[in-house]
Design a protein around this ligand. Structure first.
Ligand code: FES
Ligand SMILES: [Fe+2]
Length: 432
């Protein structure tokens, strides 16, 4: 088949009345789709870039990617955060090879053209060798046209023609705001982070962060080690929920009223005392709920104590190769013991040598092996769990207006993600 003739029907079969939702394995293996996703998702929409606390003082910079495009984020001398395309205007080499640092200039390693950190081309070796018409003012590093700082979370877009940020972030914005404001003084990302490459498609890394069904199986050894092993039992009485917030944004939400929070004599966690930033419903969330918030297409914020505060950034490299960056964040003004405990919790689970992440990566690789099967019916993933039920029952959910709510173990997140994906990549609405 001519690739450009492919449609959503080649990848998804779904029928709400008949209660099935089938996803072809090819969504994770088809190089044609990978290129289409770069174009339609990563280059035409908003993408998470970093947290403002990673650029602390003037001239701090970090390098990252939007899709396959290399980017530099920098805090200029004047304190403004800018996004630059990390590509020399001479022969195209990366002008910055470091992942982070502090510098007023970027000097291209190839022929030494030198740029200021606000992108201006300041000097080229042997200027006299160029004609009079050679205009350095027109040869600065290109800027990312769109950059937004949303409660400290920085998002950008390579397209000047994207929907308003508020429109893109939608209901997920309320939860980002909550994460940012839950702690008096806000949060900060720690200097050190982990980065690992995995031979899987980027969507697997994104989706698994809100897949609750796997936890008792894949993470059995972790639960055993930390002493609250539920066994290989799916407990539908647990109030864990899977929310689809619209626009591709997903939440895995857990009500945790046990040992996680240290509370004062009124039963309130320390950070809620005198915290005037939060509304009543936000306070209820902050004291009773912990969640994983997956923001389409490339970041998951693991809210405190679930099991540790982490920001996971997904970088698609190839159709079958993905890099994952794991940043750890903490409340800036928290007591020292609290910080130490939270960081330990994060590393214990999410670190590459932790008890959670390596197990997740193992099963995602196993899934990728299975995706080599191309048999007509055998190549489909079944995502029908929970199609027949709705868990829209809890008053605490009033904070966000979710499009779909399933039990934590339901495939609600997958269905929501692919509903949005179908719309963005193929311009088609799935009736689901
Ligand atoms: S490619 Fe950068 S100076 Fe030549
Ligand atoms: Fe997991």
């Amino acid at each position: 088949m001519n690739d450009s003739k492919k449609s959503i029907k080649d990848y998804i079969k779904a029928d709400k009345q008949e209660a099935f939702f089938k996803l072809s394995s090819e969504v994770y293996t088809d190089p044609y789709l990978f290129n289409l996703e770069m174009d339609k998702i990563f280059y035409k929409s908003w993408v998470y870039l970093c947290h403002e606390s990673q650029l602390k003082v003037p001239n701090d910079y970090l390098t990252t990617y939007i899709g396959e495009i290399p980017i530099i984020l920098v805090k200029t001398e004047g304190g403004k955060i800018l996004g630059l395309i990390n590509r020399c205007r001479h022969r195209g080499a990366l002008v910055c090879r470091q992942e982070k640092g502090n510098s007023k200039f970027f000097r291209c390693p190839y022929h030494g053209w030198t740029y200021s950190n606000d992108g201006r081309l300041l000097g080229v070796p042997d200027r006299d060798g160029y004609p009079e018409q050679f205009n350095m003012e027109k040869l600065g590093l290109l800027k990312i046209p769109q950059l937004v700082n949303y409660y400290g979370f920085i998002f950008g877009s390579l397209s000047s023609d994207v929907p308003e940020f508020e429109n893109y972030i939608g209901e997920a914005g309320k939860l980002l705001r909550l994460i940012a404001q839950k702690f008096p003084g806000g949060i900060e990302v720690l200097r050190g982070y982990h980065k690992y490459g995995v031979p899987i498609n980027w969507k697997l890394a994104f989706e698994n962060a809100v897949d609750h069904y796997h936890a008792p199986f894949v993470h059995e050894s972790y639960f055993e080690a930390v002493g609250h092993n539920p066994g290989r039992r799916i407990d539908l009485r647990s109030k864990d929920l899977s929310l689809y917030l619209g626009k591709g944004h997903l939440v895995d939400l857990m009500f945790r009223e046990y040992e996680i929070y240290e509370v004062d004599e009124k039963g309130s966690p320390w950070y809620l005392n005198n915290n005037g930033n939060l509304t009543e419903i936000e306070k209820k969330w902050a004291s009773k709920i912990t969640f994983h918030l997956a923001i389409f297409p490339n970041v998951i914020v693991f809210d405190v104590a679930s099991p540790g505060p982490t920001i996971r950034v997904i970088r698609p490299v190839k159709v079958n190769y993905t890099e994952v960056y794991s940043y750890y964040y903490l409340p800036k003004n928290a007591p020292k013991e609290y910080k130490e405990k939270e960081l330990r919790a994060s590393l214990r689970f999410y670190g590459p040598a932790g008890m959670g992440t390596p197990d997740d990566l193992e099963v995602l690789k196993l899934a990728t092996e299975g995706y080599k099967v191309k048999e007509k019916e055998g190549k489909y993933n079944d995502l029908s769990r929970g199609v027949h039920r709705d868990f829209r029952y809890h008053e605490i959910l009033e904070l966000v207006n979710a499009e779909m709510i399933g039990h934590g173990t339901d495939d609600t997140g997958y269905r929501g993600f692919y509903k949005w994906w179908a719309k963005i990549v193929f311009g088609e609405e799935l009736d689901f």
